[in-house]
Design a binder for this molecule. Structure first.
Ligand SMILES: Nc1ncnc2c1ncn2[C@@H]1O[C@H](COP(=O)(O)OP(=O)(O)O)[C@@H](O)[C@H]1O
Ligand SMILES: [Mg+2]
Length: 382
């Protein structure tokens, strides 16, 4: 079967499914989504490297979750004949303190300016709201290259103020909420308000917020309304309903330029989370290698060299490198059946791994962040 045939058939059935879905004909919608999934899956098996394969993969997962939702809907409407009310599946996760990693600001290497900006924007207002007759920011955007601590910062921040963290991933929002998206955005903010009414601060963390703006080849129509609803809800944050509670929206993105201007404006603080400088890379190596030192003997390492060799490596890259060294050492001592303490870890162990590990930060993008920051970054500490 040709590539074009499979792609066309897949799209044809996807369209049929969406039409049925919109019309409330769930039975046919499920049937057609499944056929579309089959065509796209066959396409991926035969042409895994096609430039369109990512798109089809995304569609497959979107349709699969939609099928699941529709199947649930049908099942429960069979069960409860007289009630049409259907709880939408949550596309967000409420992470109470204790139900998430316990790291705090002090566990994150450097990022001092970002931490300071977050203290000013969120921590001090939570601790002492009466000192802010003019109010405080309600929404903060963290932007910067991937793997440099944005998600970690959001988690650490919620631990600093013991906030309830509501974790939202737009990719999930948009796929799980096909058709229901708008209603669910309302529900998200309602949940936040409810959770904050007991006095606990609530952080709605929208990770990879640019995902809200992806173009879907087959918009079901809910996406635009969902985005508008987000804007309305974010405007509401500075209104009466929220005046006595602490609800914050934190967005994180590697692609700030993909955001809509309306959205950008609603984030009152826009904070750049930079790639680690040479000095910081050195600190990151020291930080993670010191954990290895609990189990292994560490030689006299040339940390300056490691930092020099890792220009354009993200913090995540450095974590990955140290972990790879750990795997190598474990393999070696297991194979040679030696005691961990006999194998001294050397600079060379790291250099060998670095050579094989490409940096994940595209240096040309750094310029783009700088430009975007100049245009939209908020002053605060920058
Ligand atoms: N400042 C830091 N100190 C220690 N580890 C860090 C730091 N920044 C990032 N990391 C590590 O790098 C990885 C990726 O961080 P993450 O917050 O997920 O990046 P992002 O959200 O910006 O893509 C995580 O494993 C995290 O522990
Ligand atoms: Mg992240």
């Amino acid at each position: 079967m040709s590539m074009q045939y499979l792609a066309d058939k897949g799209m044809e059935y996807a369209q049929r499914a969406i039409t049925a879905d919109r019309g409330g004909d769930y039975e046919n919608a499920i049937k057609y989504y499944k056929i579309a999934i089959e065509f796209f899956t066959k396409y991926l098996t035969l042409y895994p490297d096609s430039p369109l394969s990512d798109l089809y993969r995304e569609l497959i997962s979107k349709y699969k979750s939609r099928v699941k939702i529709l199947e649930n809907k049908m099942e429960s409407s069979n069960r409860i004949q007289d009630s049409q009310i259907q709880e939408p599946e949550n596309a967000f996760e409420v992470l109470y303190p204790g139900k998430r990693p316990s790291r705090k600001f002090s566990d994150l290497v450097d990022l001092e300016e970002v931490k300071r900006a977050l203290k000013r924007a969120i921590i001090y207002p939570v601790i002492n709201p009466s000192l802010y007759p003019l109010g405080w920011p309600r929404a903060v955007l963290l932007f910067g290259p991937p793997g440099c601590g944005k998600t970690e910062l959001a988690i650490a921040l919620s631990n600093e103020i013991n906030a309830t963290l509501i974790h939202v991933t737009p990719a999930t929002v948009m796929s799980k909420w096909l058709g229901d998206a708008e209603k669910n955005v309302k529900k998200l903010f309602e949940t936040a308000r409810k959770l904050s009414s007991t006095g606990t601060p609530v952080i709605i963390f929208i990770d990879e917020v640019d995902g809200l703006f992806q173009q879907y080849s087959a918009e079901v129509g809910g996406e635009k309304r969902a985005r508008n609803q987000f804007l309305i809800e974010m405007d509401g944050l500075s209104g009466k309903e929220y005046s006595n509670v602490h609800v914050f929206v934190i967005g994180a993105t590697n692609k700030p330029w993909a955001l809509d201007i309306g959205f950008i404006r609603r984030f009152e603080r826009r904070i750049f989370v930079p790639a680690p400088s040479k000095e910081v890379r050195k600190m990151l190596f020291e930080h993670y290698i010191s954990k290895l030192a609990k189990t292994y003997k560490i030689g006299n390492l040339n940390y300056d060299l490691l930092a020099d060799l890792t220009e354009n490596y993200s913090s995540a890259d450095i974590v990955a490198i140290v972990k790879e060294v750990q795997s190598n050492i474990v393999e070696e001592i297991s194979e040679k059946k030696i005691n961990p303490q006999e194998r001294v870890i050397s600079t060379e162990d790291f250099v060998n791994v670095i050579k094989k590990h490409k940096p994940s930060i595209d240096s040309s993008l750094l310029e783009a962040y700088k430009e975007w920051s100049k245009q939209y970054g908020t002053l605060d500490v920058f």
